[in-house]
Design a protein. Structure first.
Length: 281
C-alpha cells in the first residue's frame, strides 16, 4: 500500500529539483499539489512512499524520472482562444497591417512562436485565426506564415501533435470555424474533433525549456505568445527570460504575455502597446 504522506524533507528536495530544472517556484504552500500530482508516479513505479521516490530521483539513472516530475508538476490549464483580446488585436490590428504592407514584405514567411503551447489549443487557435484571415486575402501566397510551438512538458506535446480534442473543449468565437478547420470524429472517435491537416502542417511542435539558453530556434519571430508563464518564475528568472525573448523578435514584432503578468522593470527594448501586449522598437 502506498503511503500518501510527503515529509517536509522530501518536499524540499522535489521543490529544489523542479526549480533547478525549470525555475518553476513552487513555494512552501504547494506541498499538497505536489503530493497529488506525483502519487500516480509512485503507483506506476511500484514505490511505497515518497522517501523511496526521492531516493530514485537522487540516483544518476533517475534523469528520465526527473523529466516525468516536470511533466506532472507543470500546470497546463488552457482552452481555444484563451484571453480573446490578444487574438482580437491580431485579427483587427496586426494582420490588416501586414496585409496592407505585403509589397514591402521580406521574402520569408511570417513566423509566430507559441512559447508555452501546452496541449496545442493556443498554437492551433493562432493557426485558425491566421488561416481564416488570409483565406480572405486572395493575393497572399499559401506559404506566408508558420507557427513554432514549444513546451516544457513532453506529455502535453504528445497530445498537441495528435490535435484531437473532446467536443466540449472546442469552444470557438466563430461557430463556422468548427466545420472549416476541424474534422468530426466517427465511430470510436464520436464526440471528438481533430484539427484538419492543412493547419496541423503549419505548426511545428518542439520540446523547449525556457530557462535553458540558447533556445533551439532558428531566425526571428514576428509574434511571440509567452502567456501565463512568468507567474511561476521568481524575479531573477523573469529578468533573464524577457530580454531573451526580445532577441527573437523582429523589429516591430509583438510579445504577448498573460493579462495577470507584467514585464520586469529592466531594459528589454519593448514598448507597451496595450495591457499585456508589447512591441520591439
Amino acid at each position: 500500500m502506498i503511503s500518501a504522506a510527503i515529509t517536509d524533507e522530501d518536499y524540499r528536495f522535489i521543490r529544489t529539483l523542479v526549480y533547478d530544472r525549470s525555475r518553476i517556484n513552487l513555494g512552501p504552500n504547494k506541498k499538497e499539489l505536489v503530493r497529488n500530482r506525483l502519487l500516480k508516479r509512485l503507483q506506476v513505479l511500484g514505490l511505497e512512499n515518497f522517501g523511496s521516490y526521492c531516493r530514485l530521483l537522487r540516483k544518476e539513472k533517475g534523469d528520465e524520472e526527473k523529466t516525468a516530475v516536470l511533466d506532472s508538476i507543470s500546470t497546463n490549464v488552457t482552452h481555444f482562444f484563451r484571453e480573446w483580446k490578444h487574438f482580437e488585436f491580431l485579427q483587427t490590428t496586426v494582420l490588416p497591417q501586414w496585409a496592407a504592407g505585403l509589397r514591402r514584405r521580406r521574402s520569408e514567411p511570417w513566423r509566430i512562436w507559441s512559447a508555452a503551447c501546452s496541449s496545442g489549443e493556443e498554437p492551433f487557435s493562432l493557426a485558425i485565426l491566421f488561416a481564416d484571415f488570409f483565406r480572405r486575402q486572395p493575393r497572399v501566397e499559401p506559404q506566408t506564415w508558420e507557427i513554432f510551438a514549444t513546451d516544457l512538458s513532453s506529455r502535453v506535446l504528445a497530445t498537441a501533435r495528435e490535435a484531437v480534442y473532446k467536443s466540449e473543449r472546442v469552444k470557438l468565437p466563430d461557430p463556422s470555424w468548427l466545420q472549416t478547420y476541424f474534422q468530426k470524429g466517427i465511430d470510436a472517435w464520436d464526440g471528438y474533433y481533430r484539427i484538419k491537416s492543412e493547419l496541423r502542417e503549419r505548426v511545428e511542435f518542439t520540446h523547449l525549456n525556457l530557462v535553458e539558453w540558447p533556445y533551439p530556434c532558428s531566425g526571428k519571430f514576428d509574434v511571440i505568445f509567452c502567456r501565463n508563464v512568468m507567474i511561476y518564475f521568481d524575479k531573477p528568472t523573469q529578468e533573464q527570460l524577457i530580454p531573451r525573448l526580445a532577441q527573437y523578435l523582429t523589429p516591430g514584432g509583438f510579445l504577448f504575455i498573460g493579462h495577470s503578468e507584467k514585464l520586469p522593470d529592466i531594459d528589454h527594448g519593448l514598448k507597451r502597446i496595450r495591457p499585456s501586449i508589447y512591441q520591439r522598437m
